[in-house]
Design a binder for this molecule. Sequence first.
Ligand code: FAD
Length: 283
Amino acid sequence: MKPPKFRYVAPRSLDDAVELLASDPDAKVLSGGQSLMPLLAMRLAAPSILVDLQHVSGLDDIEDHGTSLLIGARVTHREIERSTLVAERLPILSAAVVHIAHPQIRSRGTLGGSTAHADPSGEWPTILLALGATMHTVSPRGRRTIEADDFFVGPFTSTLAEDEILTHVSVSTTRTAWSFQEAAVKKGDYGLALVAATGTPRDGVLLDPRVTVGAAVGSVRRVVEVERLLAGTPLTAALANEAAVTAAASIDPISDIHGNSEYRRKLVAALVRRAVTELTNGA
Ligand SMILES: Cc1cc2nc3c(=O)[nH]c(=O)nc-3n(C[C@H](O)[C@H](O)[C@H](O)COP(=O)(O)OP(=O)(O)OC[C@H]3O[C@@H](n4cnc5c(N)ncnc54)[C@H](O)[C@@H]3O)c2cc1C
């Protein structure tokens, strides 16, 4: 199928992009197009105007801010994959990015597009929630920040307003204990289950753990029951087993043609066990 008719604009400044997006309630941002273009081709989206961000300056850098990295919304998955700064300071992103589709898609798709799209099977939503990232946005009402806990609110739903542009994501680099686990039918496929776990290790225990699940559930979410179990408790193999049982009991997995909910529950339990074991080895 062909996309419905739309007007295409490619502003050079963020101010112009904000103005164009606000000019029509059916206008939409275009970033890498790797999710939006298939939706247009299938006529599942029919925007009046596409506001392409590719020429807007200031959205495509990865900046070191000491205890955090500030990543522009237009930074592609591939740029994250190739970044030595990311590999040194946020290795969980480097470990996860290779699970996103294939190199061609990673060359076009962006961190901002993926985050705004809020796909429950997306690696970035699962990981940004586990890292407690902060989203930076701009709209005609000005700039604001949204914590990851308040950003992902449902399947393909975030708290971004229709006229709001995600400009950057800032991610703390102080959560040095981390694990990312994914189960997929084959490399490059969307995962059947994703688990991310992070925290700050101190004297064999984990401070402020965050554990998230994606793909197996309808909306990316934290598993606070597992976080409570891990917080301040010496990390052991027995704890990894207990965390797996707790995760399985705490989630309400989806069923689809790739696997029913009981299969996904078992996958999540296995991935949580692996994640906590990795945290144990790294603490
Ligand atoms: C075959 C295939 C396989 C894929 N596999 C995976 C996978 O395994 N894992 C995964 O995570 N993803 C996967 N993707 C999706 C890919 O990662 C996309 O890059 C990503 O979902 C969207 O990023 P984008 O830059 O292409 O955004 P776009 O497609 O341009 O936009 C997506 C949505 O976000 C909005 N948007 C984009 N940027 C902004 C912004 N800055 N501010 C506000 N709104 C914005 C758009 O209006 C649109 O609604 C796959 C895609 C394809 C085609």
